[in-house]
Ligand binder design. Structure first.
Ligand code: B16
Ligand code: MG
Length: 224
């Protein structure tokens, strides 16, 4: 189905943060890796791929795997706090040089077309990252890990962003790099644009290899 059969008039774009605007996946990896080493657990870059777009809590459960039941709930909370401390230490090094290629141009293009623009990220550190990149003020709405209870793949975060922008879900485009994010966008009834390999975002309505390759004309149905 052509998604534009259902959504002829796109009025807003919701962008994921990690993997679309900047590559904080690497920073998350460094922080989780440090924690894993301290706990005597193995954690590889490959394992890190499973954490893309999922919440901090789910990430911890994936990292602990079968060891999950060696830890009490209080200890799990402490592990997450420790990982977040390591992560935030590393965030201090983020600058506007850390945009993914094409991201600043994409934000500008969305704006110049008069579309509303939101961030829809699972991260509770979204505002800090956007501040470090110097673009916090560019968005109409920030939907982040504090905004809703159920994270991606539930549609709640994107529905929240649309409500805050005052735009019906079917008139929103979501740009995502994670399978959970594409699932969430589709569940929300939005046009899903995937960034990355088809093994990850193959269920998107449109797929591009990278942020730099996104063709907004195509997505908006205006032809290239
Ligand atoms: P935090 P996104 C996600 O960001 C990351 O991809 C994921 O790896 C991370 O666990 C999640 O944010 C929560 O982050 O620990 O900072 O709250 O892709 O939704 O922008
Ligand atoms: Mg992401």
């Amino acid at each position: 189905m052509n998604p534009h059969d259902a959504a002829p008039d796109i009025r807003a774009v919701i962008l994921d943060l990690d993997g679309v605007i900047t590559d904080t996946a690497e920073v998350h990896f460094q922080a989780w890796k440090r924690l894993a080493e301290e706990e005597g657990l193995s954690f590889t870059r490959e394992d890190n791929e499973q954490l893309r777009g999922v919440s901090r809590r789910q990430s911890l459960d994936l990292l602990l795997g079968a060891h999950r039941y060696d830890y009490t709930e209080t200890e799990c909370q402490a592990l997450m706090a420790r990982k977040n401390r390591y992560y935030r230490e590393l965030l201090k090094d983020i600058t506007p040089a850390d945009f993914l290629s094409g991201a600043p141009q994409l934000l500008e293009e969305i704006r110049s077309r008069g579309l509303k623009m939101a961030v829809g990220s699972a991260s509770k550190n979204t505002r800090t990252v956007l501040e470090r990149l110097g673009i916090l003020h560019h968005f109409d709405v920030i939907a982040d890990g504090h905004s809703v209870v159920r994270g991606k793949p539930a549609p709640d975060l994107f529905i929240y962003a649309a409500e805050q922008m005052g735009v019906p879900p079917e008139q929103c485009v979501v740009i995502e790099d994670a399978a959970a994010g594409i699932e969430a966008a589709r569940a929300a009834g939005m046009v899903a644009v995937g960034v990355g390999p088809s093994t990850r975002v193959g269920k998107a309505h449109y797929r591009y290899k990278s942020t730099a390759e996104i063709d907004l004309n195509e997505v908006l149905g205006h032809g290239s």
